[in-house]
Write a protein of this length. Sequence first.
Length: 298
Amino acid sequence: MKEAGFSVTVPATTANLGPGFDHLGLALSLTMTIEVATAPQWEVEYKDKEYAELPTDETNLIVQTIQQVVAKYHKTASPQKLVVSSDIPLGKGLGSSATAIAAGIEIANEVAHLQLETQDKLRIGSELEGHADNVTAALLGGLTVSYFTDEEMEVLTFPTPPIGVVILVPPVALKTEASRGLLPEQLTHKEAVRGSAAGSVMTAAIAQEDWATAGRMMERDLFHEPYRKVGFPNFDEIRVACHEAGAYGMTISGAGPSLFIAVPPTTEKQVAASLDERFPHYQAIALQPATTGAIITK
């Protein structure tokens, strides 16, 4: 491969934070980096064995995203070779598909000279992903709050939260499609009000950097946790253990299959080690929130 024309780096993400269902996203300190160079045909090379089973031709999600974005603006993109390095666990509730979509948008913008505004990228990414939480955080970094419909889109950002993060990965993964199938078609008005109140208080607490309150509200989710927690062995025991280890709160990361635990800053390794010892059938990953979203390097 000849020297890459540029590279794009995109962070992992977690979504929902409990009652912020489908509209809160947080960038995390794992990244995917893609080196991009002109090639005779589309080709994707993954450096990490975990990604070895993904398509490496035009059916690859990154390539599909590039082609969909340029077609939207009635342009074409010349074939590229994409060399992908990533420390984001695949299919573990860390927004790997949103990361790929965000990267594809940035690559399309670069190779087709689209000059997209940030709002354009956010809208396109949310349309392709089907919801706004992961992809807005992947594009912007930090914590994002989104309102997304067919007609409207509003995205607000918070500075990087002053917390540590532990991601707890269970032994058996529940696919996103199956996880979404666990959700009810309707909630009662009373349940919806309570869920909305929990989300509002949590978001306000985050804005005030009151993570003790945010953590409590994180665990008051009524939109998805009651239905999805069945996919996590020892869920209630893990929550108790998180509190005993000093965590602010624990909830499901995105649609699963992992758990997201917010902890006081600099304690994430200690909490991860404690949970590793108590629940050895899970994998505990110590992380921090990421300040930076998708960036291009030339």
